[in-house]
Ligand binder design. Structure first.
Ligand SMILES: *[C@@H]1O[C@H](CO)[C@@H](O)[C@H](O)[C@H]1NC(C)=O
Ligand SMILES: *[C@@H]1O[C@H](CO)[C@@H](O)[C@H](O)[C@H]1NC(C)=O
Ligand SMILES: *[C@@H]1O[C@H](CO)[C@@H](O)[C@H](O)[C@H]1NC(C)=O
Length: 436
């Protein structure tokens, strides 16, 4: 439609040019404010023609190359701008009491956007009990004048809903800070922003941002079979929650890369039998974080799973303990056996060329990183994070805690004894005083 109108506009322009042969004036369009504005804000377009010889101009505004004038004022104000007002504007002037006309100005773009809440996590979303974490909600391109509210995603059947956090007001300033993460802080978070001053505006829900808090000694483990992080497509994958004593009541839940929370039991992708979830057949859309969930809402042992078409890396699902050997292989579903002679990379650097099995002996903390493998013809595997657990570090925290707890009765007894001791002295002093 705009293309059809272009010839007409050109005609109009050539007309302007031919009619006046004197000096050609080019007006300037300014937009106030001069940065992209949000829906509902006030914006003014202004047309300035600099020519001392002319006392009064009549202004003509065009939008998006249209032939029809949409305004005849020098300043045109949108008191509550909408996305439909966005576009390219130009103006020209005609002398009110004379023959002169200005040139058509250059086009100036008015950009109008809907405020968008953007959620991020600092310093990271994979946490251990006790770690500090901050969720940060911002309105893209606008730093002041907003109040924020906080939600977590919930699952009911195959539906995802949002539930306002009971202490949502804590993050009203845009930062929701947890000084010491607890297991109950695991969840998928979203935020919303509301403008304090008129025009009133509330954003849509932000992007989702999960937090995974790992306990010191989870009561259940998620056992994956085959036991690796990356998996082929179109195969069967079994995930089961196994506890030291009892694994009844634990089911598998996941958070996929598409931002959805899903239960294996009410899904089309898996079937839950007892505490075991079977995914058959696997698909790249199954990529995500999986864990064990109890009916009361407890969740443990969050594990990354990647389903990939083509080359995959065989790496351990669980953290490797310091001092152990780490074995990596590169697998391809279309060769038999699937083991490839490949190159192995850590954090983007080649660490070993042309090997079917890469063994890193006596692993240390410095071996933590993102690993992948690459075969010249078959391709490259996705990256997997391999973490190294320091031997005994968790135990020592427990140790300190348990010794403090164990010392408690003695502390209590000591305090009571001191107190009693003092009282007895006071009583004896009083007795002495009364006897005087
Ligand atoms: C913020 O908005 C700009 C455009 O206005 C866009 O290019 C950018 O990607 C946005 N940032 C986020 C985090 O959404
Ligand atoms: C899952 O992968 C992310 C990177 O994508 C990594 O930071 C995180 O530590 C991994 N979690 C586990 C439990 O391996
Ligand atoms: C690690 O591998 C070496 C051989 O490369 C072997 O001698 C050693 O027993 C292995 N250690 C463990 C803990 O498996």
């Amino acid at each position: 439609m705009q293309l059809c109108q272009l010839p007409l506009l050109l005609l109009l322009l050539s007309n302007i040019h031919s009619e006046h042969t004197e000096e050609i004036l080019k007006p300037k369009v300014t937009i106030i404010p001069d940065h992209p504005v949000f829906r509902g804000e006030t914006v003014t377009l202004r047309c300035d023609i600099h020519d001392e010889g002319v006392t009064s101009w009549r202004y003509n505004w065009y939008k998006d190359g249209s032939i029809s004038v949409f305004s005849e004022r020098q300043e045109h104000t949108f008191s509550s701008v909408t996305e439909s007002d966005a576009g390219k504007y130009s103006c020209y002037g005609t002398e009110t009491e004379g023959p002169r006309r200005s040139q058509l100005s250059d086009e100036v773009t008015l950009a109008v956007s809907a405020p968008r809440a953007v959620l991020s996590v600092s310093p990271q979303k994979w946490l251990t009990e006790g770690d500090p974490v901050t969720l940060i909600c911002e309105v893209n391109g606008s730093s002041t004048g907003w109040t924020f509210s906080w939600f977590t995603k919930t699952v009911s059947g195959s539906r995802n809903d949002y539930e306002l956090l009971s202490d949502s007001s804590r993050g009203a300033g845009g930062k929701y800070t947890v000084s010491s993460a607890d297991l109950k802080h695991t969840g998928v978070y979203v935020c919303k922003a509301e403008r304090d001053n008129p025009p009133k505006y509330t954003t849509q829900h932000s992007n989702t941002q999960p937090l995974w808090v790992t306990g010191v000694s989870p009561p259940v483990s998620l056992i994956i079979s085959p036991s690796r992080t990356q998996h082929f497509t179109s195969v069967s994958l079994s995930l089961s929650c196994e506890g030291q004593s009892n694994s009844d009541g634990w089911t598998v839940r996941r958070y996929t890369d598409s931002g959805r929370l899903e239960d294996c039991s009410s899904s089309v992708w898996g079937s839950q039998t007892g505490s075991t979830c079977t995914i058959r057949p696997t698909d790249p859309l199954d990529t995500g974080v999986y864990w064990c969930q109890s009916e009361s809402g407890e969740n443990h042992h969050h594990v990354n799973i990647t389903v990939h078409i083509g080359v995959i890396l065989e790496s351990p699902v669980h953290p490797v303990t310091e001092g152990d050997n780490l074995t990596l292989r590169c697998l391809y579903p279309y060769t038999s056996p699937p083991k490839l002679r490949a190159d192995f990379y850590k954090d983007g650097s080649l660490i070993q060329k042309q090997t079917t099995e890469m063994i890193i002996p006596t692993v240390s903390k410095s071996h933590e990183g993102f690993y992948y493998c690459k075969h010249p013809e078959s391709g490259e595997s996705p990256k997997s994070w391999i973490s190294v657990r320091v031997r005994g570090s968790k135990i020592s925290v427990l140790h300190i805690l348990s010794s403090v707890l164990a010392a408690c009765p003695y502390l209590l007894v000591t305090v009571v004894l001191i107190y009693k001791c003092c009282r007895m002295r006071v009583i004896s002093v009083e007795e002495e005083e009364t006897s005087i």
